[in-house]
Design a protein around this ligand. Structure first.
Ligand SMILES: [Zn+2]
Length: 425
């Protein structure tokens, strides 16, 4: 028995050693950040290179380098040129992907700054960019060769600010790391920012399923000062000078709070090892946004800000869709009802086996009537993804449906847990 235990220990030691060797074979310290412009209208999308940076930290796993989720509207694949091996991949979405579905995109083109980040490669790499098509297949839209020895890679950080750890569970490569950035806080309001960040950290860690993983998450804060306090409210003629230029009324929707100053956001985030960026905005007005593997943003002082914080993180971290369908949104026609959407918590029932059917008991009718008796079961309730018909959600209610609902449904909870586990190796 004892020898079996020793052999098991030895096997674990050898495999850990191999993973470390494998990572060191392709990557070195820090991360490679690729900034690019994403220009689009409702018909075409063009990616063009902006800048390359060698940043000081890599916050992600050194083992789980290949994306296994297949979420997001875009993905990158990184190929090691020497061995022609896929060494890194990641799915993500962006504000541009949403803008394409607004009326404005039918009559004009726009450019958005975006970034992808990966562990810094040792050898020359080819980075392939893909866009998800309506039928859910991937289309190649851009590729780039990066020589890690090139002097065109900027080695200095453009915004150097000391980050602070407000919740430490261990090594960044084995934990999920969130970095919280200050937006619309002046120098004199930095203590308020620290208090606000700790309050939201505590809220998220009190929320299921995150509370089971209190010792698996790291929280960092970057106290980025703004010249002025608050954020822009264009619909009311309010414009203030802040570090990330955040604003309400994105695409004409008052509560939709975003920033298009991606370079400033990424420059600030580079001060900590991170897997997810959270921008905390110093205002009491209601609003926020969360975009998969892009960022989360919410306001600090609205009475419902704690709920919004968790809801937006559901989008940005776990790729969860909105399960509501009655509120006004700026986008139209995002979901093609003839295929399954990529988000794990909505279904067109075109291929329900692919989705959460395994969590539905055989006695539960599909579609599931929205009745009081079905309040606490997993089924397929019609209405979700901004559509009252043709899209189904797993539960009668969920934090992704009603902002003031203090619970993710079982399907959203499982999606969040699967994502957390991906970072814990
Ligand atoms: Zn849900």
């Amino acid at each position: 028995m004892k020898s079996l235990f020793l052999i098991t220990l030895l096997i674990i030691a050898i495999s850990t050693h191999n993973y470390a060797q494998e990572f060191a074979r392709y990557f070195t310290d820090g991360s490679l950040r690729v900034d690019y412009m994403h220009t689009a209208n409702d018909k075409i999308e063009i990616i063009s290179l902006d800048e390359l940076y060698h940043e000081p930290y890599w916050g992600g796993s050194q083992i789980n380098l290949i994306d296994t989720f297949n979420y997001g509207n875009y993905k990158i694949e990184v190929i090691d040129s020497n061995s022609n091996t896929l060494i890194y991949s990641r799915g993500y979405s962006s504000l541009c992907a949403e803008w394409i579905f607004t009326p404005e995109a039918k009559t004009t083109s726009r450019s958005f700054s975006e970034s992808v980040v990966m562990p810094f490669p040792k050898n020359k790499v080819k980075i392939l960019f893909y866009k998800r098509q309506k039928n859910q297949t991937w289309q190649s839209i851009f590729q780039l060769i990066v020589d890690p020895k090139s002097y065109s890679i900027i080695p200095q950080q453009k915004t150097k600010i000391k980050s602070f750890n407000i919740h430490n569970s261990g090594k960044s490569s084995e934990k999920l790391d969130l970095v919280i950035l200050a937006e619309g806080y002046t120098e004199g309001e930095m203590q308020k920012f620290m208090n606000d960040a700790i309050r939201f950290k505590d809220t998220l860690l009190s929320w299921k399923p995150f509370k089971q993983y209190v010792n698996q998450l790291n929280f960092w804060v970057v106290p980025t000062p703004s010249p002025e306090s608050g954020t822009d409210i264009p619909g009311e003629g309010v414009f203030v000078n802040t570090i990330f230029d955040s604003h309400f009324y994105t695409f004409g929707t008052e509560r939709y709070l975003n920033t298009t100053n991606n370079v400033a956001v990424r420059n600030a985030a580079s001060n900590a090892p991170y897997d997810q960026i959270y921008i905390l905005v110093n205002t009491a007005k209601y609003g926020g946004a969360g975009i998969y593997n892009y960022y989360s943003i919410c306001t600090a002082d609205h009475p419902n800000s704690g709920f919004v914080f968790a809801h937006e993180f559901g989008h940005a971290f776990a790729g969860l869709a909105d399960e509501y369908y009655t509120s006004e949104v700026a986008v139209d026609g995002i979901y093609d009802l003839s295929v399954e959407p990529w988000e794990p918590n909505i279904s067109t029932l075109v291929n329900f086996d692919q989705k959460w059917k395994a969590l539905v008991t055989p006695q539960t009718p599909v579609p599931t009537p929205a009745s009081e008796t079905n309040k606490n079961i997993v089924g397929a309730f019609e209405g979700g993804g901004y559509l009252a018909k043709g899209i189904f959600r797993p539960s009668l209610d969920c934090s992704m449906k009603s902002i003031i609902h203090n619970q993710f449904c079982p399907v959203c909870s499982k999606a969040i847990q699967d994502r957390i586990k991906f970072y814990l190796h």
